[in-house]
Design a protein around this ligand. Structure first.
Ligand SMILES: [Zn+2]
Length: 248
C-alpha cells in the first residue's frame, strides 16, 4: 500500500486523535468520489455534461436554471446526481470507530448525497442540503428521493401539481444560517478537525477554532495546487487508506 505521507506525520496525527475528546469531520467531494460518486467539477465531466445537456453542471445546479428550465434541470439531476451509486469505504468504518469511542462530536457534510446506507453516525450537519428531503414549495409536503426518481419528467406535488423543490442547496442560495452557526460552533470546540476533501461549492467556508483553543487541523485534498497556511497538514493520500492508519 503506497502512502505518500511521512510516517512521523501519520504517528503524530494518530497520537493527537488518541488524546482527543472532540474530533469533528468535514466531508467533502473526495469522500464522495471514494464512495463511488462522481466529481462533476472536473474538466472531463464538465465537457461530457456540456456535450449531453448543452450546459455545464455549475450552470444547471443553480436557482436561476431551476426556475427557468425545470424540465432540463430534472433530466440532469435524476440521471447525474440521483444516479450515483454510493457504497461505504474504510474511511467511514474509521469514523464509525471514532463515533463508538465517543470522540466524534459532529460530522459536517458538504456533499448532498447523505452517507452510504450502512453508515450510522449521529450529529450530521447537512450543510448543502440532502437529496433525500424534497419539498413542495406550496404546501411544504415532503417527498423522498424515490418519489423524485419514479416521477415521469418533472416530479410534482401530488396535491398542488407544482414542481417539487429538490432538497439540495442550489448555487445562488445561502446556507441556512442556523445550520451555519451549528457547524461553526462544532468546529470551534474541536481539538482535531479533519477536513476530508473540498467543498463542491467554491464558496469557502472557513472552519476555525476559537483563538485560545489549541486545535490540530488536517486537510485532505488531491489538488496539487492547494496551498493552505491555516491547516497544520495537507494530506494527499486516499482518505480511505489514510484514516484507518490514524484511527484505531
Ligand atoms: Zn404541494
Amino acid at each position: 500500500m503506497e502512502i505518500k505521507t511521512d510516517e512521523r506525520i501519520i504517528n503524530f496525527i494518530k497520537r493527537k486523535i488518541e488524546k482527543s475528546k472532540n474530533v469533528v469531520a468535514v466531508l467533502g467531494i473526495e469522500m464522495l468520489v471514494e464512495s463511488g460518486g462522481c466529481d462533476l467539477d472536473t474538466n472531463d465531466e464538465n465537457y461530457r455534461v456540456e456535450e449531453e445537456y448543452g450546459f455545464c453542471p455549475e450552470d444547471m445546479l443553480s436557482t436561476s436554471f431551476f426556475n427557468a428550465k425545470v424540465e432540463k434541470f430534472y433530466r440532469f439531476y435524476k440521471k447525474e446526481i440521483l444516479g450515483m451509486q454510493m457504497h461505504s469505504t474504510p474511511a467511514y468504518d474509521a469514523l464509525m470507530r471514532l463515533h463508538a469511542q465517543g470522540k466524534l462530536s459532529a460530522v459536517i457534510n458538504q456533499n448532498f448525497h447523505g452517507l452510504p446506507q450502512d453508515v450510522k453516525l449521529n450529529k450530521i450537519i447537512d450543510l448543502n442540503g440532502s437529496i433525500h428531503i424534497n419539498q413542495c414549495p406550496h404546501c411544504d409536503k415532503d417527498f423522498d428521493m424515490q418519489y423524485v426518481i419514479n416521477a415521469k419528467g418533472i416530479p410534482q406535488c401530488d396535491h398542488c401539481k407544482v414542481a417539487i423543490r429538490p432538497g439540495i442547496r442550489l448555487l445562488g442560495e445561502r446556507v441556512e444560517s442556523a445550520m451555519m452557526t451549528q457547524a461553526a460552533v462544532a468546529c470551534e470546540a474541536a481539538d482535531v478537525l479533519l477536513i476530508l476533501g473540498k467543498n463542491m461549492y467554491n464558496d469557502r467556508l472557513e472552519y476555525s477554532a476559537a483563538p485560545e483553543h489549541e486545535q490540530l487541523k488536517v486537510l485532505f485534498t488531491k489538488s496539487e495546487f492547494e496551498q493552505n497556511n491555516k491547516v497544520n497538514f495537507i494530506i494527499r493520500d486516499d482518505i480511505c487508506k489514510f484514516l484507518p492508519l490514524i484511527i484505531n
